[in-house]
Ligand binder design. Structure first.
Ligand code: ZN
Length: 243
């Protein structure tokens, strides 16, 4: 069993100020390993910087839908126009080497008792959203480790399966034995649960302890960069609302 302390980061979405604040907190908390559940880029204005920070930490990272579409020339018709606009912009900010990095990310990853996926293990390439116990149930059919971390919805939550699936608020939780957990880490760079602070999770496998951390950062700087880049104003506004 790994004796370290994992930081699980997801949906960084090119928000350098939030990522920097989260990494500082993780260091102060004595984190030893960094894991990313995808969507390093998209929405905010520092895609290359965030990608390089994640890459330099050599952390295990799975591919999110924004990582995918920013590195593949596929049609953006299925995207909300706001998201499509930024994906198109982001494609032009990245070097071919950075695009190759995103392309090379795997959809799922397993390491010492933990599975990682951006959306759901139920057809991860379709990028389905898990918002309720029914969708979590479909996911659990494919989860064979006791813990799986994911992102995509930008809403931190725990689904616990012991027989039927229960949805629990995520703050600090000690994981029971003989159960399975599907845990959303919340979003570093664009939280949507009404709390604008950056979110990430610390997991200590030896103590089986999961903790949600909320970290304030200088949102005004991130908003200023969005405006300076000519990205949609709504993307700046939503950061302060946490929506
Ligand atoms: Zn996302």
């Amino acid at each position: 069993m790994h004796a370290g302390k994992y930081a699980l980061l997801g949906d960084v979405h090119s928000n350098l100020e939030a990522l920097t604040a989260v990494l500082k907190d993780a260091r102060e908390q004595g984190v030893t390993d960094y894991i990313c559940v995808g969507d390093v880029v998209g929405y905010n204005a520092d895609p290359a910087e965030c990608l390089e920070m994640i890459r330099e930490m050599c952390c295990v990272c799975v591919r999110g839908n924004h990582d995918h579409y920013c590195s593949h020339d596929e049609s953006l018709d299925d995207f909300h126009p706001l998201a499509a606009n930024v994906i198109d912009w982001t494609r032009r900010q990245l070097t071919s080497d950075q695009i190759a990095y995103l392309k090379g990310l795997r959809l799922t990853h397993k390491l010492s008792g933990i599975t990682l996926v951006h959306s759901t293990l139920d057809m991860p390439e379709k990028w389905g959203y898990v918002f309720d116990t029914l969708e979590a149930e479909a996911h659990f059919n494919y989860q064979n480790t006791s813990v799986c971390f994911y992102g995509h919805t930008h809403v931190p939550v725990i689904y616990e399966k012991e027989g039927r699936v229960k949805r629990k608020t995520l703050t600090s939780l000690s994981l029971g034995l003989g159960r399975k957990y599907f845990i959303n880490t919340g979003s570093v760079g664009q939280p949507r649960d009404g709390d604008p602070r950056a979110a990430y999770v610390i997991y200590s496998p030896t103590e089986r302890l999961v903790e949600l951390r909320r970290i304030p950062y200088d949102i005004a700087i991130t908003q200023e960069k969005i405006r300076a880049a000519g990205l949609p104003e709504r993307l700046a506004k939503r950061l302060e609302l946490g929506r």
